[in-house]
Every structure is written in structure tokens, then in C-alpha cells.
Write a protein that binds this ligand. Structure first.
Ligand SMILES: [Zn+2]
Length: 353
């Protein structure tokens, strides 16, 4: 079993330790004292650290010098260090301007921009491939792409990008002349328009699969974090991705990041169902990761984080991924994970399994 955590390089390397440009986030303590905080993470036996290397909300990769400084520091402490990216963005009504040059919004079926989310097309793929190359050249061996790597938000509807360029491209491929209104009608009545809906899902899924293929550079292992119940409706065709990138890492079993959704019995059931669904596709548990996060912060109690951890181990996961960056400064969560460790290790078949 391996305990992973996602952090900012700024949380690991204090300002006095490096001259590299810093990009601290509001609400995250980046002033230092990492060694003191590390004591809690060591108690919870955290051995792998994932540093945020690219956040779509920022539009450019984070400073490679600072990432390297954090990597060196953590490696001196005997830890493994990898990269985590948010490539496409999460819905954010306040983000009315995409931060990256040349990127365009993903457009909802009603024609409105999905603020905070970018369409997956050439400039975005080019920027993320360049960043992944830089991470690889700096010695990072694994890069995970967060669950915003998809073509639609959580839910049961068939989604995708309905921008003019995507619609034109889809029409070109199928020798058709559909308008956005036509496509809206199709995805809202998939039973009556099954064949065209499959084509539309293929079209959107190909964007995510092509992205994963493009970033799968020699010398680096890439991974996709799949949203709770994420599937072809959201542009995520996991079997196709695994065919394109056979050693792809996959994060499974998501959602339920707050007490309100985790406490009820149905919350735990939905969590397990989604985890098992994605696990059944990937099969190889060595490439599966959990997502155990608190969102909105701090709305999941530490004991619930520990309970979720035990459910994940019970259902076969051996790579536990803990988030968000605020966690570093919240010892109660680490105490709860540390207290659950012996039980988790017993379920996993003993220490070191
Ligand atoms: Zn589009």
C-alpha cells in the first residue's frame, strides 16, 4: 500500500530556500516549516508526493526550477516525487477570461460558455505536451491529469463541446450539416437518436483519448483521474484510453468529498459502485489510485476521510491519493489516517503489501 499526497512546491520549499518565482494560492500556507509538518505525514506513512505542475486556472506551467527544488528536497528525505496537473479546468462562473493564450471555452449545449473550462483542442494540447516534456526532462517519471480532463461536467446527460469549431468539425467528419439546436435535440433524446449520439460521444471521447496519447511521451508514465461515474457521456472512454496508453495510471472511485454526501449509506454505495465500475475496466490494481479529498474545505470530517480510506483499501485500492493542499496544515486528518493504518494494512494483507 502506498499513501500519496498532492501539494504545491511552494508548500515544500520556503521562500528563503529558493529564488525561483513562486505562485502561492490564497488560503494555503506557503511560509515554511515543512519539516515540522512532515512529522504528521510521516506518521501516516506518506511516501509519494505529487506536485502541482500545471493548473488550467493559471494558464501556464508552474516554475520548473521551484518544482525541481521541491523534488530534490523531498528526495533527500527519501520520498518519491511526481507531478499532478489540472489541464482543462473546473466550472467557475468567475473565470470569464481563459488565462492561456489561444485556448477557447468549452461551450455548453445551449451555446453558453462553460466558464472555467477549456475546450480540448490544438493550443491546449500543445501547451500541456510542452509542460509534460519539461517535467520529464526535469526527471519526473509520472504525471497525473486531474479529473477535469473531460468534455462535460458530472451528471447523466450526454455532454461535449458545442462550440462552432467543434460542430463544424463533427459535421465535416460525418458529411452532415447539424446545427447546435439539432445536436441539443439529439443529446436530450438519446433513445430516439442513438446512432448519432454514439457518433457525438465518439467525437468528444476522441479528444480526451488523443490528449492522453499526445502527453504519453517516452520516459514518462501518464495517468488520468476519472470523475465519479465518468464515462463516454463526459468524453471519457476508459477502454479506448487504455488501448491508446496501455500503462496508463487511472484514479477511480470519486465524489463524496463532504460529510453531507459521504455520511448517508447511499453516499458510500455510490462511491463503491463507481470505484468498482472503473476498476473492472482497468483490472490492474497497481495502476489504480483513489481520490480522497476534502471539498469544499473543510467539509469532510477527518474520521470520514479515514473511513473513506478504509473503504478504498477494502475494495482493492493500494494507492491512496490524499488531497487538497490545505491538508498539509491540518494535523487532525493525518492523525485520523495514521490511526486507520493498522486496519488498512491488515486488509491489504499486511504491512508493505
Ligand atoms: Zn469546441
Amino acid at each position: 500500500m502506498k499513501i500519496n499526497v498532492a501539494l504545491l512546491a511552494e508548500q515544500v520549499v520556503a521562500a528563503g530556500e529558493s529564488d525561483c518565482p513562486r505562485r502561492p494560492l490564497a488560503g494555503i500556507d506557503c511560509t515554511g516549516d515543512f519539516d515540522k509538518k512532515l512529522r504528521y505525514l510521516d506518521k501516516a506513512e506518506v511516501s509519494a508526493y505529487w506536485l502541482y505542475g500545471f493548473r488550467s486556472a493559471e494558464g501556464t506551467m508552474r516554475d520548473i526550477g521551484l518544482l525541481k527544488a521541491a523534488k530534490e528536497k523531498l528526495e533527500r528525505l527519501g520520498k518519491e516525487v511526481y507531478i499532478c496537473c489540472e489541464p482543462v479546468g473546473h466550472p467557475d462562473p468567475n473565470q470569464k477570461v481563459l488565462p492561456a493564450k489561444g485556448w477557447r471555452y468549452r461551450i455548453n449545449c445551449d451555446g453558453t460558455p462553460d466558464y472555467g473550462c477549456a475546450d480540448i483542442e490544438e493550443p491546449l494540447v500543445r501547451d500541456l505536451v510542452a509542460a509534460t516534456k519539461a517535467f520529464r526532462d526535469a526527471g519526473f517519471k509520472k504525471v497525473f491529469f486531474d479529473d477535469d480532463l473531460r468534455m462535460g461536467n458530472w451528471g447523466t446527460n450526454i455532454m461535449g463541446c458545442f462550440c462552432e469549431a467543434c460542430i463544424a468539425d463533427f459535421n465535416r467528419r460525418h458529411g452532415a450539416r447539424y446545427t447546435r439546436e439539432d445536436l441539443l435535440r439529439f443529446v436530450q433524446n438519446p433513445g430516439e437518436h442513438a446512432a448519432i449520439c454514439e457518433q457525438w460521444m465518439d467525437f468528444n471521447c476522441e479528444k480526451v483519448t488523443a490528449f492522453m496519447k499526445a502527453v504519453n511521451l517516452p520516459g514518462i508514465q501518464v495517468g488520468i483521474m476519472v470523475m465519479h461515474n465518468g464515462d463516454r457521456k463526459h468524453g471519457v472512454d476508459l477502454p479506448a484510453i487504455l488501448q491508446a496508453v496501455p500503462d496508463c495510471l487511472v484514479r477511480v472511485g470519486e465524489g463524496h468529498f463532504d460529510d453531507a454526501s459521504f455520511d448517508p449509506a447511499w453516499g458510500k454505495e455510490f462511491l463503491i459502485q463507481s470505484m468498482e465500475m472503473h476498476k473492472a475496466i482497468v483490472k490492474d490494481v497497481t495502476r489504480l489510485y483513489s481520490e480522497n479529498t476534502v471539498h469544499p474545505w473543510p467539509n469532510l470530517r477527518p474520521e470520514n476521510m479515514a473511513k473513506k480510506f478504509l473503504i478504498e483499501v477494502e475494495h482493492g485500492l493500494r494507492n491512496i491519493m490524499l488531497m487538497p493542499p490545505q491538508l498539509l496544515d491540518a494535523p487532525a486528518y493525518w492523525e485520523a489516517i495514521a490511526a486507520a493504518l493498522p486496519q488498512a494494512e491488515a486488509m491489504a494483507g499486511g504491512k508493505g503489501q
